[in-house]
Design a protein around this ligand. Structure first.
Ligand code: 13P
Length: 339
C-alpha cells in the first residue's frame, strides 16, 4: 500500500462516530506524579500492570478507536504474554505513540517553551511502525501571561509541529498535532481565545508550508476556557467560543478534532464536549476526545495499585468512555453520572 492509502486507512479506523482516543502516554515523570497521588511507586512493573488494566477493559473498543502509548509500553506484555499493541488491536483500537521528548525554554524568550525530539525522528518512527504503531503524537505547550506566548514562540512551536507532522506522513504514520494552550493562571476566556486563535493560525500556516496533507492528520487542541483561577465557564459558553476560534483557523479538510482535557475535571470535560456537539451549525470536522486525565483520574483512584480493584477500575474507565462517546453525539446529560 502506498503511504497515502495507508494514512487514509488509519484515519478511517480512528475517526468514527462515538469513538474517541484514550491518551495513556504519560512520560516517566508524569506517570510518577499520577501514581504518587495514589501512593504508588512508578516501577516498570506497576506501569505495566496499570496499562494492562486500561487496555484489557472488556468492551472498551466500543467507545475508543485509538490509544496513545508511551515508548516502553510498545514492548511490554500482559500477564499472559500478549504485546500491548496486539491487545489494543484485539479491541479494534488503533495503537499510536507519543514521539516528542518534552519541552525546554525557548532560548532568549523567557516564558516561551519549545518541544524537542526531531533529531532521528524518522528512524524512531520506522521502529515504532514495525512494533505496530499507526499514528504518532507531538505536543507543544503555550503558557499564557501578558508577555507570552510571544510572536517568535508561536512561530517556533508551529514550525516544530509542522516538521514533525511532515516526517510522520512520509513514514506512513498519521500525526496527531497537539498545540496545548495551558489553563494555568487567571486569564479570561477571551484571552485564551485570542492566544488559541493565533496559535492555530500559525500551526496551519506552517503545516501548509511543509506540504502536510490535511486530510491525513488529527488536531488535538485545548478547548477555549478561562484560566484555572477564574470561575468555570458554562459548557455552552466554552462550546460557542471554541467553535468560533476553530472555524476561523482549522481548514474543513481536517477530518477530526480530538480535544485534550488539560486539567478539566472529568465531568466538565464531558459536558463541554457534549455542548460542542450540540451546536446548531454543523461542524466540518468530527469533534471527539483524546483525554488523558479526564478518562484516567477516576480509574487510578478506583484501582489504587491493588489487583483486587482491577475490575472495579475497569468499570470506571468504561463508564467515562461511554459518557464521552455519548457526548460526541450530543447525547450526554449530567444525570447519567449517577447511573
Ligand atoms: P490530558 O487530557 O490529561 O490533557 O492529556 C492529554 C495528552 O495527551 C497530553 O499530551
Amino acid at each position: 500500500m502506498i503511504n497515502q492509502d495507508y494514512l487514509q486507512a488509519t484515519i478511517e479506523d480512528m475517526v468514527q462516530a462515538g469513538r474517541g482516543i484514550l491518551a495513556a502516554d504519560e512520560s516517566e515523570p508524569t506517570i510518577a506524579k499520577r501514581f504518587k497521588a495514589i501512593d504508588l511507586a512508578s516501577t516498570e512493573e506497576n506501569r505495566r500492570a496499570y496499562r494492562s488494566l486500561l487496555l484489557s477493559t472488556p468492551g472498551l473498543g466500543e467507545y475508543i478507536s485509538g490509544v496513545i502509548l508511551f515508548e516502553e509500553t510498545l514492548t511490554q506484555k500482559t500477564d499472559d504474554g500478549r504485546l500491548f499493541p496486539a491487545l489494543a488491536w484485539g479491541q479494534k483500537i488503533v495503537p499510536g505513540i507519543k514521539v516528542d521528548k518534552g519541552n525546554i525554554q525557548l532560548a532568549l524568550h523567557p516564558g516561551d517553551l519549545v518541544t524537542q525530539g526531531l533529531d532521528g525522528l524518522a528512524q524512531r518512527l520506522q521502529t515504532y511502525r514495525d512494533q505496530g504503531g499507526r499514528f504518532a503524537k507531538w505536543r507543544e505547550i503555550y503558557a499564557i501571561s501578558e508577555r507570552v506566548p510571544s510572536t517568535s514562540g508561536i512561530a517556533a512551536n508551529a514550525e516544530m509541529l509542522a516538521r514533525y507532522a511532515a516526517v510522520c506522513q512520509s513514514e506512513g504514520l498519521v500525526p496527531i498535532v497537539e498545540p496545548e494552550v495551558l489553563m494555568d493562571g487567571d486569564h479570561s476566556i477571551e484571552r485564551c481565545a485570542e492566544v488559541t486563535e493565533a496559535v492555530l493560525h500559525a500551526v496551519f500556516h506552517a503545516l501548509c508550508r511543509h506540504h502536510v496533507v490535511l486530510e491525513h492528520l488529527l488536531l488535538k487542541p485545548n478547548m477555549v476556557v478561562a484560566g484555572k483561577e477564574q470561575p468555570e465557564s458554562s459548557p455552552e459558553a466554552v462550546a460557542a467560543i471554541t467553535l468560533k476560534v476553530l472555524r476561523r483557523t482549522v481548514p474543513a479538510a481536517v477530518p477530526g478534532i480530538n480535544f485534550l482535557s488539560g486539567g478539566l475535571i472529568p465531568v466538565q470535560a464531558t459536558a463541554n464536549l457534549n455542548a460542542l456537539n450540540r451546536c446548531d451549525r454543523p461542524s466540518p470536522w468530527r469533534l471527539g476526545f483524546s483525554y488523558g486525565r479526564a478518562l484516567q483520574q477516576p480509574v487510578l483512584l478506583a484501582w489504587g495499585g491493588k489487583p483486587e480493584n482491577i475490575q472495579a477500575a475497569q468499570q470506571v474507565l468504561l463508564k467515562r468512555a461511554r459518557l464521552n462517546s455519548l457526548a460526541m453525539r450530543g447525547g450526554y446529560a449530567p444525570e447519567m453520572e449517577n447511573d
